[in-house]
Design a binder for this molecule. Structure first.
Ligand code: TRP
Length: 330
């Protein structure tokens, strides 16, 4: 029985942290057991908004590969590769660009939001490439005829557009070349940063992915707790405490007891933090160790990516031939 095919990608923006892991990568590691997966480090996508300073690009790609392998993605089970190494992504992007109506792109909700958002930061991305971002994403998915795409809320509109592009292509060229991909949603666990806001590099509130026990402990030590609670014996409110939010994610089985003790003033914040640090280190120790080991083997990482690009390239070139035949681009 053949398994359904997944395509997904992540931009190598050099900001991988525990929040990213819990939001997506942890889920990928599970999906690899059930699906045939193509996981791509989408460097071309990162150029749509970061085309000016590309000095860190190669380093970020390498770091992302390191993160993925440390998390437990298996380069034998999955096809793991860098998008730009398979030229057909660019070729299909170009072909799809011809028939994609401008209005479809302009009405993608993330488009204007992001333009404004980055505009406020003084960054101008009023470019052709940025407008075309969802077309490139459609090309990624369609190139492999993927039927499933694990996406978060933020990418749902992009996937919907991919489906429209698929329908239009099949209709225009009178052939069912592409399947309509569907979303596979996961119960993404949203982690706040150590200050309780959204975890984000720009807020300086992240826990780095692959942190060792000392670093983990230090970041947890800095977490904000219930500000009303001054003394250990004060009754606390776990619902406003970041440490408790983390307990609910990483220490589910003990979180009710911890909340009760906090409310009763029976456990102090320091002890509560130590308990969390211990639990998280225990859960994430394997990842940390694997990352440290892999760091010593840059040649291996390079090999994994070359092997992935070769496997992806085979599927891509054969599908590309069929696509171009349907379009009479011979
Ligand atoms: N746009 C996605 C993101 O920023 C990354 C991405 C690129 C992607 N191509 C994809 C995700 C194809 C799923 C499928 O998260």
């Amino acid at each position: 029985m053949s398994r359904e095919r997944i395509f997904s990608g992540m931009q190598p923006s050099g900001r991988f942290h525990l929040g990213n892991y819990m939001g997506a990568l942890e889920n990928w590691v599970k999906l690899q057991e059930e699906y045939e997966c193509f996981f791509s480090i989408v460097d071309l996508h990162s150029l749509t908004s970061s085309f000016e300073d590309t000095s860190k690009l190669q380093e970020n790609i390498y770091e992302m590969a390191l993160d993925w392998l440390s998390a437990g993605l298996d380069p034998e089970k999955n096809v793991i590769f860098v998008q730009s190494k398979v030229k057909e992504h660019a070729e299909l992007f170009l072909l799809l660009a011809m028939s994609t109506p401008l209005s479809w792109l302009e009405r993608v909700p993330t488009y204007k939001d992001k333009l404004l958002q980055l505009g406020e930061l003084g960054k101008d991305i009023n470019t052709y490439g940025f407008l075309g971002y969802p077309v490139l994403m459609a090309a990624d998915i369609m190139l492999y005829k993927a039927t499933c795409v694990p996406v978060g809320e933020d990418q749902a509109a992009h996937l919907e557009l991919t489906r429209e592009i698929v329908r239009r292509f099949n209709h225009l060229y009178k052939k069912e070349v592409f399947p309509e991909p569907r979303a596979v949603y996961s119960q993404a666990k949203v982690l706040p940063g150590i200050d309780g806001r959204k975890m984000s590099k720009s807020y300086g509130n992240t826990i780095p992915f692959g942190a060792g026990s000392a670093e983990m402990k230090e970041r947890i030590r800095m977490m904000v707790t219930d500000p009303q609670r001054i003394k250990k014996t004060d009754k606390g409110n776990p619902d406003v405490c970041t440490v408790y939010t983390f307990h609910k994610v990483f220490n589910r089985e003990n979180s009710d007891e911890i909340a009760d003790k906090c409310r009763a003033g029976e456990i102090g914040c320091v002890q509560c933090k130590n308990c969390l640090a211990e639990k998280m280190n225990c859960l994430l120790a394997d990842i940390h160790l694997r990352r440290e080991e892999l760091k010593k083997k840059p040649a291996f990482i390079k090999e994994v990516l070359e092997y992935g690009a070769e496997r992806a390239g085979k599927v891509a070139s054969s599908n590309m031939e069929e696509i171009k035949r349907a379009m009479n681009v011979l």
